[in-house]
Write a protein that binds this ligand. Structure first.
Ligand SMILES: Cc1cc2nc3c(=O)[nH]c(=O)nc-3n(C[C@H](O)[C@H](O)[C@H](O)COP(=O)(O)OP(=O)(O)OC[C@H]3O[C@@H](n4cnc5c(N)ncnc54)[C@H](O)[C@@H]3O)c2cc1C
Length: 451
């Protein structure tokens, strides 16, 4: 039987970062088991014909000095800095992101409704309990008009969950909250001020997002590709890996989606099994298309809150890097959210998506789809309902008592992004080795964008 000090399940950014930092911090033996034949997980890039497609948009937002330093060093100049151009398509108009600060351009009645709702909150503030639902929080933060015209329909479309069952834990860092005077100004003027954590982003000039995990994997000699974990015995501290056999470990780092890991690990006490059963998510069905016309848009991405469009967001991949699509073409990703287990006919959905893009004016009637690739992102978004945090806490407490760290976006069962995922791996390596790899803020600190 193979023995290792640390077994890492998954060669996405969390697993790679853990192994890379363990390598820097000491001499512990590490194996990283990745089921696919390339590293990167959801940060991977797929080639289809002459197009490169990420798993929807994967843009780098850097907020932490250590994370930024590491990522710039890994990509060594293969990164361009972009100023975000993101928009919302609703009521027949395109307005700048975020909706709550930029209603200029909507029909006049809609603008009045949004401003009146925000004004009403000023002189008659809504009181919120200690843990309000997302729905109540939105009404208190933005008012009735902005909530009903954007926050409610967009979030219902994404989360597929009644908004009075969602908590506010996931959005605090991600949803910009303009001041009342900014709401008013943005209703009267086409203001160009940036709000939010992602006003700028970086993206590889060559190779799509895959360039990042590839560069990290080059520093992780312990990575085993095509090595699927099929069972974990938490009491014996052994795991069965396809192609490698049984492995005995001292410490285990899981980066697979938490429910999937719990389904192949045991023994688990009934309370942990019950907590596993309470975890909820939505799947993202991601249609990627190549279109036979250059420069179909100058934008980076557009949000679609309305029901008449099946997708909640579409982005222009070929505007992130010219390398993503052949000359004379453009490429897009389109994101549709569905509850797990819901029957989805991709042929039908594809027709609806393409006709939706035509109705929105993104595609012309004469545009031809010259390439396409569906990517299904199972468990794409963790649903933050009231059961999520107590369930995750119960699971994590048990796993830690068994020498298991469960980290990353899906191992940690949370809403996060790539830089944070890399910092999760660093912190995990520091905890395992008892040594510090370098200073970084806590990965869930308020997001302050670093250009
Ligand atoms: C729709 C969407 C859009 C996003 N956009 C952005 C963005 O613009 N910017 C940004 O910074 N972040 C974005 N993210 C977040 C980003 O994808 C994650 O933060 C990051 O990729 C998480 O990496 P991870 O290592 O935690 O998980 P993963 O990438 O899922 O890695 C887990 C790995 O485990 C492997 N695995 C699973 N089961 C097994 C098994 N049985 N045996 C062995 N290996 C296994 C998987 O193949 C995978 O490689 C987005 C995410 C989604 C869903």
């Amino acid at each position: 039987m193979i023995k290792t000090d640390v077994l890492v399940l998954g060669g996405g950014l969390a697993g790679l970062s853990t192994a890379y930092h363990l390598g820097r911090l000491g001499s512990l033996g590490v194996i990283v088991a990745e089921k696919e034949n390339k590293p990167g997980g959801r940060a991977a890039t797929e080639r289809k014909g002459r197009f490169l497609f990420d798993h929807t948009g994967h843009l780098l937002h850097l907020h932490d000095p250590y994370g930024k330093g590491l990522i710039l060093d890994l990509l060594k100049g293969n990164l361009a800095l972009h100023e975000r151009s993101s928009w919302i398509h609703s009521q027949g108009a395109d307005t700048r992101y975020p909706f709550q600060a930029n209603t200029f351009g909507l029909p006049r009645e809609a603008v009045a409704d949004c401003v009146a709702g925000a004004a009403r909150n000023l002189y008659r503030p809504r009181t919120l309990g200690a843990s309000p639902s997302f729905k109540d929080w939105s009404l208190a933060a933005f008012g009735e008009g902005i909530s009903r015209r954007f926050m409610f329909p967009y979030n219902e479309k994404l989360w597929r969950t009644p908004l009075d069952r969602l908590t506010t834990e996931w959005q605090g860092r991600f949803l910009p909250r303009p001041k009342p005077e900014e709401v008013l100004y943005g209703a009267l003027v086409d203001q160009k001020r940036f709000f939010g954590y992602n006003a700028h982003f970086r993206y590889p000039v060559r190779g799509g997002c895959q360039a990042l995990p590839d560069a990290l994997a080059a520093r992780v000699p312990a990575l085993r590709l095509g090595c699927k974990v099929v069972a974990v015995d938490l009491a014996e501290k052994t795991a069965v890996l396809e192609g490698l056999g049984e492995v005995r470990y001292e410490r285990l780092v899981n980066t697979m989606p938490l429910p999937d890991f719990l389904d192949l690990a045991g023994p688990l006490p009934p309370a942990v099994r019950a907590a596993r059963a309470r975890l909820r998510w939505v799947d993202v069905h991601n249609l990627n298309i190549g279109v036979g016309r250059a420069n179909i848009s100058e934008r980076h991405w557009i949000y679609f809150p309305e029901d008449r469009f099946p997708f909640y967001r579409a982005g222009f991949v070929s505007n992130f890097a010219a390398d993503m699509a052949p000359k004379g073409t453009s490429s897009l990703y389109i994101e549709v959210s569905r509850r797990p287990g819901e029957a989805v006919d991709h042929a039908v959905l594809e027709r609806q998506c393409v006709s939706g893009l035509r109705r929105a004016g993104v595609l012309k009637a004469s545009d031809r789809v010259v390439e396409k690739l569906w990517i299904v992102i199972k468990k794409g978004y963790v649903v933050y309902d009231r059961a999520r945090t107590p369930a995750v806490n119960a699971v994590m407490a048990h796993l830690r008592s068994r020498g298991v760290w469960s980290i990353g976006r899906w191992g940690g069962w949370k809403y996060s992004f790539m830089e944070e995922t890399i910092l999760d791996g660093k912190r995990c390596a520091e905890e395992i080795s008892g040594r510090k790899a370098g200073r970084s803020r806590r990965s869930e600190a308020p997001l302050v964008a670093l250009k």
